[in-house]
Design a protein around this ligand. Structure first.
Ligand code: SAM
Ligand code: SF4
Length: 471
């Protein structure tokens, strides 16, 4: 349950430049010693404060960097085990009134083909996704030019949930759409969404202003205040993110953690997920091809690991912007959710002939089955679980379960059950062979004998044709 609103809200107060710069300056003096202590503290799974995170971000010592990676791996294993939740983004429109300089959909880009999918086209896209085995969709939309844009979003959610074909259905729909009013958030919640995602892109005001010169998105405070309005409307699963490459990643990581701390103070719970997109080249966007603060692969892995240490119970999402190799490396550093088989152009799944423009270049072009096979061969258990959201275990209730270590009691069995469904209904022969072996080997990781026995019984029921079983 969301706790009572405790403080008066002024969105311009959420991020304070002076405080972030003070933490960075203070940590610079003896970052190595402080970082060593921070790694030790993080292993207690209680998270880190901003000064400790600043020390980790500034520490250049190679040995300590390896310790950060090892600690992130231990935390990930102990809280999440080998589970990886899978989803696919569904882009429904690329018609936009904003001018984000990094995005191919920006309003002034005259060289791309625009498309807003009709409800019939959305249903067709959903059928393509469910016939590959997807159960979780992230609905993504540009900020439409038309007056009834939000009604269109709501109608699209209804369409997506209504598609049922054979065993194919979407059981959880998350959304990544422009900031809403409290009243709109209430309607979004009533439509049955899982997580509401919105990335601040950059928390650094001058950078934000520069890269968002036009349109409603140029209002920094309206964007950063969106999660407060979501909570006020009862949407308690929210996802934050930064578009890495726009400004110094050290500043952005600290600011992101300040944003989470603000939500914790005000609503008693932070965010459900963090996304860590890095800027990819995009059609007719010079800034995307040449980001002002590029984040190297080493720094990217480091920031993922540091986030794992800082907020151990918050899910972390890795999209197909990254290459298969980078994705696999970050699984070990704390990533808990991944997209797979993605397209970022409206109509990209089934309606290929539409040829509408994609948002940015993908780094991972594998199919869902290939991603699953590769993840399973590394020992990761792919999961299509949607149980918590359907049973109302969201927001603070989810955190209450996660913190005493109960994730493994629920999430691993549910991962195995949904993975088994996938193997029965959609997998290629090689994936199936690998997957069945992995399920057998993973049963022993379920923490109690009773839950293990019950999971085995449910796996048999799935083999016999039952579906949608969960704890
Ligand atoms: N239009 C809405 C908005 O901007 O909030 C929501 C969806 S937008 C299509 C999803 C996210 O894509 C943006 O928040 C941004 O972080 C990311 N994005 C845009 N251009 C990108 C690029 N060139 N490379 C990587 N990610 C990008
Ligand atoms: Fe539009 Fe979102 Fe792209 Fe900005 S990032 S141009 S708001 S779709």
């Amino acid at each position: 349950m969301i706790q009572a609103v405790k403080t008066r809200f002024d969105p311009s107060q959420i991020i304070c430049d002076e405080i972030i710069n003070h933490h960075l300056a203070k940590a610079a003096a003896d970052a190595t010693a402080r970082a060593k202590d921070a790694v030790a503290k993080a292993l207690e799974l209680k998270g880190l404060d901003s000064e400790e995170v600043a020390a980790l971000l500034l520490c250049e010592d190679r040995d300590i960097q390896q310790e950060i990676f090892a600690a992130a791996n231990r935390i990930k294993e102990s809280i999440y085990g080998k589970r990886l939740v899978l989803f696919a983004p569904l882009y429904i429109s690329n018609v936009c009134r904003n001018e984000c300089l990094y995005c191919a959909f920006r309003a002034d880009n005259k060289n791309i083909r625009r498309k807003t999918l009709s409800q019939r086209e959305i249903a067709s896209e959903v059928r393509s996704l469910t016939s590959a085995g997807q159960k979780r969709i992230l609905l993504v939309a540009s900020e439409g030019m038309f007056e009834n844009w939000f009604d269109y979003i709501l109608k699209s959610i209804e369409t997506i949930y209504s598609v049922k074909e054979g065993r194919g259905e979407i059981r959880r729909l998350n959304v990544n759409i422009a900031p809403l009013t409290i009243d709109q958030f209430k309607r979004l919640k009533a439509a049955g969404i899982g997580t509401y995602q919105l990335f601040q892109e950059s928390y650094h005001r001058p950078t934000y202003r520069r890269v968002h010169p036009k349109g409603p998105k140029s209002d920094y405070d309206n964007r950063i205040g969106a999660m407060d309005r979501a909570f006020q409307a009862g949407v308690d699963d929210v996802g934050l993110g930064v578009l890495f490459g726009l400004y110094d990643y050290r500043y952005e990581v600290l600011a992101l953690l300040e944003h989470i701390a603000h939500l914790e103070r005000r609503f008693g719970v932070g965010c459900h997920t963090i996304s860590v997109p890095r800027i990819e080249p995009a059609a007719d966007c010079d800034l995307a091809g040449n980001p002002p603060h590029p984040v190297s692969d080493e720094d990217f892995k480091k920031l993922v690991a540091i986030l794992r240490l800082a907020v151990p119970y918050t899910g972390m999402i890795m999209s197909t912007r990254e290459s298969p190799e980078m994705r696999a490396q970050t699984f070990a550093l704390g990533v808990s959710q991944i997209s797979a088989g993605s397209r970022t152009n409206p109509g990209g799944y089934g309606l290929r002939d539409l040829d509408a423009a994609a948002q940015f270049q993908l780094g991972d072009h594998r199919s869902l089955d290939e991603v699953i096979r590769d993840a399973a061969s590394l020992g990761y258990v792919p999961s299509f679980c949607t149980a918590c959201y359907r049973l109302g275990r969201t927001g603070g209730d989810f955190m209450d379960l996660a913190k005493p270590g109960l994730i493994k009691q629920f999430c691993l069995p549910n991962a195995l059950l949904t993975f088994k469904e996938y193997l029965e209904d959609y997998a290629g022969p090689q994936t199936r062979r690998l997957g069945l072996e992995l399920i057998q080997n993973s049963l022993g990781d379920i923490p109690t004998a009773a839950r293990c026995v019950e999971t085995s019984a449910r796996l048999e029921k799935i083999e016999a044709g039952e579906r949608d079983l969960y704890f």
